[in-house]
Design a protein around this ligand. Structure first.
Ligand SMILES: [Zn+2]
Length: 74
C-alpha cells in the first residue's frame, strides 16, 4: 500500500506567471492552496493528481510542501 494515499498535488494556476521558460513544480495541495504558501494563488484544479505520482524532480521542496510528499522510494 502507498502510505501517501490521499495526499494530492497540483500546479499553481500560472495564468499570471510571466516566466514561461521556468519549470513548473507541483505543490502539495492544502485545501485549494499550495501547502507551502497559503497566501499564494490557487492551485490549478485541472492539474491535481495523487502526490505519489509526481516525479521527485517536479516536487516543491519549500517548507510546508516538503514534508508532505509521500515517500515512494523505488
Ligand atoms: Zn510548494
Amino acid at each position: 500500500m502507498n502510505e501517501g494515499a490521499g495526499v494530492k498535488a497540483g500546479l499553481r494556476d500560472a495564468s499570471w506567471y510571466a516566466s514561461p521558460g521556468r519549470a513548473r513544480v507541483y505543490h502539495v495541495v492544502n485545501g485549494d492552496k499550495p501547502a507551502c504558501n497559503s497566501n499564494a494563488v490557487l492551485i490549478d484544479e485541472h492539474s491535481v493528481c495523487d502526490a505519489g505520482t509526481v516525479p521527485k524532480h517536479l516536487r516543491c521542496h519549500r517548507p510546508g510542501c516538503k514534508q508532505e510528499w509521500p515517500s515512494n522510494e523505488d
